[in-house]
Design a binder for this molecule. Structure first.
Ligand code: HPA
Ligand code: ZN
Length: 335
């Protein structure tokens, strides 16, 4: 099973680039940029990565991002992720970035996106791994600040495929961001949103109905509402599920209790993703492996998860067909 998962062609749709900052690179960038870290050793950093919920994680995650200052830093961050993803047979990745985490510290939007963009181009050229960027609004900040961020992004529209919504969910309903999503869609950005991670199923409805979200990031609490689940199945709205993240942040107490397989068997278009791999203990293979082991996923189900991700991605039809053909070939040879 392990080698089957490792060889499986994969597509990642829920990955925060700031969440790929490994402690080793954090220390290197802290030194390069003369940033004082509150940790003395890499072991100390890893020991601090014990979370009770989303907010305890976010506090540490935003702190880590402070070492990112120059274009080269964003390049190095993204390049490290692409190398890792390529080594795990990820063929395509749709990557979130949080411009407000950086612009609030005086780092220009252009610095962030130029570094990411160059790494994307190098990854595609050198490894064949294609990628897209999705800009997230931080939902703990105001809708007005999100509107300002959208304006800053417009000159870079051709480099940014979509908009997303992340950070603290509880008490920050999608409805707050309806206006900025309307403007983003009018400017050609494809809408997605985190919903139903810690927040209620009602937030998933809002993300779909008010933000016109094409996919739901996480969405695991959708099973609280049978009507919503039926809607997701009927409309084939993809959920980008992140198994290790959900355990680390105690959305589920154990992997055996995770509803991923149940949703898959009901016919929901679920996918497996890594969210913030440097913080949650694993990239795509580790997420697939942990879910496979504890939920006893079959090879057919693993292939279905990859097929769902291809279907749910924002790549063009030609690339979708190439990926589908590769996955079918893998199925034919290995199942
Ligand atoms: N949820 C909300 N905000 C985030 C996450 C997440 O899983 N990861 C990074 N920012
Ligand atoms: Zn996320």
């Amino acid at each position: 099973m392990q080698s089957f998962i490792e060889g499986l062609p994969k597509v990642e749709l829920h990955l925060h680039i700031e969440g790929t900052l490994e402690p080793e690179l954090m220390f290197k960038l802290a030194e390069r940029n003369r940033v004082q870290l509150s940790y003395k050793t890499i072991e100390e950093v890893r020991k601090a990565y014990q979370f009770n919920n989303l907010q305890t994680f976010l506090d540490i995650y935003y702190q880590g991002a402070q070492v990112l200052q120059n274009e080269q830093d964003f390049y190095d961050l993204a390049w490290a992720y692409f190398s890792k993803a390529h080594s795990q047979n990820v063929r395509h990745a749709e990557i979130f970035f949080d411009p407000q985490t950086h612009t609030a510290r005086g780092i220009p939007f252009e610095t962030v996106i130029s570094g990411l963009r160059k790494a994307q181009e190098d990854a595609e050229q050198k490894t064949g791994l294609s990628s897209r960027l999705i800009m997230c609004f931080l939902r703990h900040l105001s809708p007005e600040e999100a509107l300002d961020t959208l304006e800053e992004a417009k000159p870079f529209r051709k480099w940014i495929t979509g908009v997303g919504l992340d950070s603290s969910e509880q008490g920050r309903p999608p409805a707050l961001f309806q206006k900025v999503y309307e403007q983003a869609e009018a400017a050609g950005f494809l809408p997605v949103a985190h919903a139903g991670e810690e927040g209620p199923a009602e937030y998933v409805w809002e993300a779909l109905q008010l933000l016109k979200s094409r996919r739901i990031d996480h969405g695991v609490r959708s099973t609280d509402d049978p009507e919503l689940i039926q809607y997701l199945i009927r409309e084939q709205i993809p959920l980008t599920v992140c198994p290790l993240s959900n355990i680390k942040l105690r959305v589920f107490q154990t992997m055996k209790e995770h509803n991923l397989r149940r949703m898959l068997q009901m016919g929901v278009c679920v996918t497996i993703n890594s969210d913030d791999p440097a913080y949650f203990g694993g990239y795509m293979n580790e997420n697939f492996l942990a879910a496979q082991r504890d939920l006893e996923l079959t090879k057919d189900e693993l292939v279905k998860l990859s097929a769902n991700a291809i279907k749910a991605s924002f790549i063009d039809e030609n690339a979708r067909q190439v990926l589908t053909a590769e996955l079918n070939e893998y199925y034919r040879k290995n199942v």
